[in-house]
Design a protein around this ligand. Structure first.
Ligand code: SIN
Ligand code: MN
Length: 262
């Protein structure tokens, strides 16, 4: 699946792109059954919320369930990514950020490259974050917020925050956030289950806590050009995978076919 010229222009202008109806209801049901299976596992690749003890993010998912392995190689994610960044992309990170009903905590203002660069020695902000909404996401259950156009202002000043949440993160300083918001404004990414979302490595984003009674699970795949691979290896494998083999897209019906084989 390739992005249209209009979609490419929108991505370049805004720094993110929402793809409504990227996955069907049937495919989302298959993904959510697999989500239940991985959430019944308990591994060191699950990061637990600071206050509630709920899972915040379940990582390394392509190694934990065949359905997520297939989703990681799905042509509706991999082909647009290759269109934007070239063919040789490796699987850097595969997770679900669940933002549990009532208890899901915030993701502070950040851009992913700050962490990729400082913690993993990734040279350039070329990685792409590809999301799939696993439930409907509205203004109520903690959608992602983007600062529109923030990708056009270079890598913003950031500090390492190890206390606000259970997930250490390089976060953008508040005065920088204020300046960027003044320029580009805020926008939230909402949509039905099955919606896709793509954004780049220096796009500034975050999300508020979820005080609604609805989970806000998002599947997130980060693909990075092999030529731009990590140069330091301090973080665990589930935070940055070290198999630098270029990802090859599967067939478009890979999820439903897996389900038929069950
Ligand atoms: C979130 O799950 O709200 C944040 C996701 C991200 O930073 O990629
Ligand atoms: Mn992020």
């Amino acid at each position: 699946m390739l992005l249209s010229q209009q979609q490419l222009a929108k991505f370049r202008e805004n720094g993110f792109l929402v793809l409504p109806d990227l996955f069907s209801r049937d495919e989302v049901a298959i993904l959510n059954r697999a989500r239940e299976a991985v959430f019944s596992q308990s591994t060191e690749a699950d990061i637990i919320e600071k206050k509630s003890g709920e899972v915040r993010t379940a990582m390394g998912l392509h190694l934990r369930h065949e359905v997520f392995d297939a989703l990681t190689r799905h042509p509706r994610l991999v082909e647009p990514a290759c269109q934007l960044r070239g063919d040789d992309l490796y699987i850097q990170q595969v997770k679900i950020n669940v933002k549990a009903a009532f208890d899901g905590e915030a993701w502070q203002w950040h851009y992913d490259f700050a962490t990729h660069h400082a913690d993993d020695g990734v040279p350039e902000p070329l990685a792409l974050n590809l999301h799939v909404f696993l439930e409907d996401i509205s203004e109520f259950n903690g959608p992602l917020y983007f600062i529109r156009g923030s990708h056009n202002h270079g890598a913003a000043r950031a500090h390492h925050d190890t206390t606000t949440t259970s997930y250490p993160l390089w976060c953008v300083d508040q005065d920088v956030v204020a300046g960027l918001v003044e320029k580009g404004g805020l926008v939230s990414a909402q949509g039905q289950a099955g919606t896709g979302l793509i954004f780049g490595d220096i796009m500034v984003h975050g999300s508020p806590p979820n005080m609604s009674p609805w989970d806000r699970p998002i599947f997130s795949l980060i693909l990075n050009p092999v030529a731009n691979r990590q140069t330091t290896f301090a973080r665990p494998e589930f935070k940055h995978h070290t198999d630098f083999t270029p990802v090859a897209p599967l067939d478009d019906d890979c999820l439903t076919r897996l389900h038929e084989a069950e």
